[in-house]
Ligand binder design. Structure first.
Ligand SMILES: Nc1ncnc2c1ncn2[C@@H]1O[C@H](COP(=O)(O)OP(=O)(O)OP(=O)(O)O)[C@@H](O)[C@H]1O
Length: 302
């Protein structure tokens, strides 16, 4: 199989087990630069896939390339081009925000002055300048998460992995982080994020991959995924706005027009709306499991 030059990530036939427990099974995927979201229920293997792609753990079989490098055989090379921030912030609470930044800069071989210059700019951008001299242990969960991401950006990675970046954050911090992720992408950094939140995938990602049963069961834009699951429905409402009937459609304009004409003739008293399935319905259809609700995973320590 040949690999294209400009691909961000190319995977074919990837498998990974922990002992007898097979987590990834013959998984294949090709991604171009941009923002990608890997969506999957608890335990689907999202972290496992991210850890393989970001060189942290080996894989059993298949072919994997990240920015053209094999994360297993070209570990060091790849580590200079990517960064990973995990569900549990890798921030050292005993160090100040600035010290955390400088430590990460040193790890990536930056000179102290260069690391300081970049740290100042990043702390400013993440609105952490005034907290830069305080120990990270005193930060709120949202601030620690932001510091974690800022530190991971110090070496200017081409690709950043964000494993459930907003799990445990309140709505306001989540929104702020989404803004930052969008700004990063606008500046040319590619992003591979995992999430259990459909809303997050929908808001952020150009493309969404659904991981289930060890492989990617669906991939596309939010609209494409909705189309995959089923055509729109026509909902009939009474004068009070209550839905009195839901009719399936074939999805094509001619069929829809004919149905609406018939309804207009036979039931002039109702009003109608045409509705696409929600992403929650898509998720349920593809995985057989309901999507995570916003408030369900708030207990993870930040
Ligand atoms: N080091 C390990 N040893 C054994 N089993 C593991 C190990 N790491 C993960 N697993 C198992 O592999 C499966 C996938 O785990 P993984 O953490 O990749 O899922 P996830 O989709 O990231 O889930 P979550 O959203 O809960 O983080 C789970 O059943 C988990 O218990």
């Amino acid at each position: 199989m040949s690999y294209t030059e400009d691909a961000l990530i190319e995977i074919s036939g990837l498998s990974k087990s922990y002992g007898k427990h097979q987590v990834l099974t013959d998984l294949s995927l090709t991604l171009t630069p941009g923002i990608h979201a890997l969506l999957g229920p608890n335990g689907a293997g999202k972290t496992t896939l991210v850890n393989i792609l970001s060189t942290l753990i080996p894989y059993d079989a298949g072919r994997v390339r990240v920015l053209g490098r094999d994360p297993q055989k070209q570990r060091r090379q790849l580590q200079r081009l990517i960064s990973l921030t995990g569900q549990y912030a890798a921030v050292d609470g005993q160090l100040t925000g600035m010290e955390n930044m400088l430590m990460m800069g040193q790890l990536f071989g930056l000179s102290r002055s260069e690391a300081k210059r970049r740290a100042d700019a990043l702390l400013e951008r993440f609105e952490l300048s005034s907290a830069a001299g305080k120990r990270a242990a005193t930060y709120s969960g949202g601030m620690r998460r932001k510091l974690d991401i800022a530190a991971s950006l110090i070496a200017g990675p081409e690709l950043i992995f964000l494993d459930e970046p907003t799990t445990g954050l309140d709505t306001r911090s989540r929104q702020a982080l989404w803004d930052e992720i969008n700004a990063l992408a606008a500046a040319g950094t590619s992003i591979f994020l995992t999430t259990q939140y459909l809303e997050e995938a929908d808001v952020l990602a150009e493309r969404i991959m659904v991981l289930h049963g060890g492989s990617i069961v669906a991939e596309g834009t939010a609209a494409e995924l909705k189309d995959r699951v089923g055509a729109s429905t026509i909902q009939l409402h009474d004068a009070a706005g209550h839905i009195v009937e839901t009719l399936p459609t074939r999805g094509d304009a001619a069929g829809l027009a004919a149905q609406l004409t018939r309804i207009a003739a036979e039931r002039p008293e109702v009003s109608v709306t045409v509705r696409k399935p929600t992403l929650d319905e898509v998720f349920l259809e593809l995985t057989g499991e309901p999507a995570a609700q916003d408030q369900q995973k708030e207990s993870i320590p930040a």
